[in-house]
Design a protein around this ligand. Sequence first.
Ligand SMILES: *[C@@H]1O[C@H](CO)[C@@H](O)[C@H](O)[C@H]1NC(C)=O
Ligand SMILES: *[C@@H]1O[C@H](CO)[C@@H](O)[C@H](O)[C@H]1NC(C)=O
Length: 545
Amino acid sequence: MFSARPTSRFTISTLILLLFISFSLSAIASVPHRDDPDEDVDLEGLEELLAIDDSEEDENQKGQAGQEKLSGPEVLRRAQRVVLELSNENAKRIIDGNEYVLLLGYAPWCHRSAEMMPQFAEAAMALKEMGSPLLLAKLDAERHAKAASLLGIKGFPTLLLFVNGSSHPYTGGFTGEEIVIWARKRTGVPIIRLSSVTVAEEFLKKHQMFAVGLFENFEGHDYEEFVKAATADNEIQFVETNNIDVAVVLFPDARPKNNFLGLVKSGPERYETFEDSFEEGKILQFLDYNKFPLVTVLTEFNSIRVHSSPIKVQVYIFAEAVDFNKLLPLLQNVARKFKSKILFVYADTADDNLAKPFLTLFGLESEEPIVAAFDNENGSKYLLESDLTANSLEEFCHGLLHGTLSPYYKSEPIPDTKGIVHAVVGKTFDTLVLNSDKNVLLEVYTPWCINCEAVSKQIEQLAKHFEGLDSIIFARIDASLNEHPKLQINDYPSLLFYPSGDKLNPIKLSKKPSLKELVMFINANVKIEEDRGISTPDQTTKDEL
Ligand SMILES: *[C@@H]1O[C@H](CO)[C@@H](O)[C@H](O)[C@H]1NC(C)=O
Ligand SMILES: *[C@@H]1O[C@H](CO)[C@@H](O)[C@H](O)[C@H]1NC(C)=O
């Protein structure tokens, strides 16, 4: 797996990327996914969809539609029938023949595709109930590779919106609800208007997070900016009303005096009031900074959103669910003090896909909760090394914001033995390499790199050859487990020569030097003490090569 081999230069962005790659890759081994019920229902599905009445959606009815009592699997089966299955034969006709098609390109073996499928089906069902003009379709991109290539499906899962046949990237979230919200914004319904208390109460039962606007006449500058923001935003449902009684159902502190905008979300700190002037950009920024709960639980669905948050300083708590639940009140109390400055994220250590890659960045493994932080602006990482208490966490957060914490560099434990080639670790890099008065030839390797072993052998031979020469140390460092701010290498193996008089400017040796070249290099750069009886390069290299 990728997560087992991060380099010392890994940033969290690479990690997020790998997280996603590894999801698809790890899925190769998973059970093939086939939804048999919809295997052969193309036309049935299409007819069902085409039969949909395009009339204006009535929000009053929407509440009731979802209340039929159906079992989970039954809902899913019904929902999947609403998703049209495309093939090489029908893809172009259906994409071109409909104003709006949201397409899911999937592969039967792909684990993330399989996770997407029920969310997509749920969205299809909800959109159908709402009378949305959007057609939801899926394509087995492996079986129908021709259609996949025609439609521009390159990975799995891929979501694309086709408007009158032309493709637009999908920019929404990945839960059923988020797909619905995004789809409606892109098909002309960016805002839901709530006109009675009953409707508002129904709405509240179904939605955890939304932005609510209170406007007297639904017109004027502020309202126009509100609509623009609702359309531009990708994931938050906007609702509007001109009735204060309706507004207070959704947002108890809503005030009718001026135009009002509030954000409602789950968990404590449920309500956030927009205090700025109504401008699209300011509204969007307000939402971006406030939409996450005090502590966000990381999932496969939200990891990209968390990472792309404008709140770049992020504190991660890695723990088992039981420990996390115990810690939650403490975390929330501290998080409240750093609202909109630091994002608090919880990753369940039981979920290898989510937590492990992050912990590997720190070279850590632990049964105990771990608190770490990332500055996504520059990729620095930090570790809370003292015990986790409200005070230690708060201090840690202050340090993060004020730049007074030392970034964390991972290191293996300091080894007991030296060996002919010294093993340097993160913690000993300063003493053994930078601050030592000797010349140092350092081999930077990783366990997985292809040429590393051969070069290691060479360096050992070299060390033996120069054994007894006091002015040079031969050393090696495993870059997958050790980091140092002054060691910024990302190709392996690398050979670095640190001259004794100029440690800050190491000389990088060529990629694949021969032993002879190495001996010559050292002879040229290191003062050879004649009386030690070190042989001349010509003699040895002849012997050894
Ligand atoms: C799609 O095409 C139809 C027919 O030409 C047109 O009326 C409609 O406005 C188009 N839709 C969009 C969103 O451009
Ligand atoms: C990253 O940014 C933080 C805060 O701005 C700063 O304290 C830290 O030194 C930076 N780290 C690097 C490697 O630039």
